[in-house]
Design a protein around this ligand. Structure first.
Ligand code: ADP
Ligand code: MG
Length: 232
């Protein structure tokens, strides 16, 4: 996949939002781990994709008008068997949507030390700003996040991680394992590099990224491009 081509085609056809599936394939391309995922359009296909990928499985409803998936019941986690998949598929098909429905079949990732949020927004004055935080109430209620304007150095990435108040959660708080800080630094640097090379990207939201003692995996992502007019 040539990322520049993919982004250009999207913008030319006035599509500015990459789906979760497309966003994660792009992340995979630049070396950020994402779960094995497959798009399906029938129950039969969904069941065979699940068996091929291996249980436990996650099913998500993909439709252009379903944005906050878990709020509408569009995420079915921890499916353990063909029967679970069968039932979850029927439930997903009940969710109201005016658009074409597809199913994303993905490998269920292991329980992390914690969930992270890594993002990018475009500041009208300074350009691409990278964001880092620990998912859940730390970000939602306490706004415990750090920002840096891209491009960032390895030193900046380290600072972004260390300066949030929730840092002890990553540093082996109460006997929990220490998170793989090096892996987080790598993701921040990779995203910095991507957005500097591709000015057509307006926004990125990796939410959540599961962090482990060794490695990490991004289980949900959204990439938004600049509109054609705003780039001319
Ligand atoms: P939303 O659109 O609501 O943000 P997500 O795709 O982020 O939907 O899924 C909701 C939650 O389900 C995530 O925050 C994560 O905790 C869990 N989740 C999603 N995908 C996976 C996966 N592949 N493996 C394990 N957990 C997942
Ligand atoms: Mg999410």
């Amino acid at each position: 996949m040539n990322i520049a081509e993919v982004l250009k085609n999207k913008i030319e056809s006035n599509q500015t939002v990459l789906t979760e599936f497309e966003s994660k394939e792009l992340l995979r391309e630049i070396g950020i781990p994402v779960p094995v995922q497959k798009l399906t359009i029938s129950k039969k296909e969904t069941v065979s994709a699940a068996e091929e990928i291996g249980f436990p499985i996650v099913l998500k409803l993909m439709a252009e008008d379903v944005v906050h998936k878990s709020d509408t019941g569009a995420v079915k986690l921890n499916l353990q068997s063909k029967e679970d998949v069968d039932k979850a598929y029927d439930e997903l098909m009940q969710i109201p949507s005016q658009r074409e429905k597809k199913i994303s079949v993905q490998k269920m990732a292991d329980e992390p030390i914690t969930e992270l949020i890594i993002g990018m927004t475009t500041d009208p004055q300074f350009g691409p700003a990278l964001m880092f935080g620990i998912g859940g109430i730390l970000v939602e209620l306490l706004e415990d996040v750090s920002f840096r304007i891209a491009p960032i150095t390895e030193y900046d990435a380290k600072e972004m991680i260390h300066e949030i108040k929730g840092f002890p959660i990553l540093d082996g708080y109460r006997g929990k394992p220490k998170a793989d800080i090096k892996a987080i630094i790598n993701v921040l640097l990779t995203i910095s590099d991507l957005v500097v090379k591709h000015e057509e990207i307006n926004e990125m939201d990796l939410n959540p990224v599961f962090i482990y003692e060794k490695g990490l995996i991004c289980v949900d992502a959204r990439i938004i491009l600049k509109k054609k007019e705003s780039r001319e």
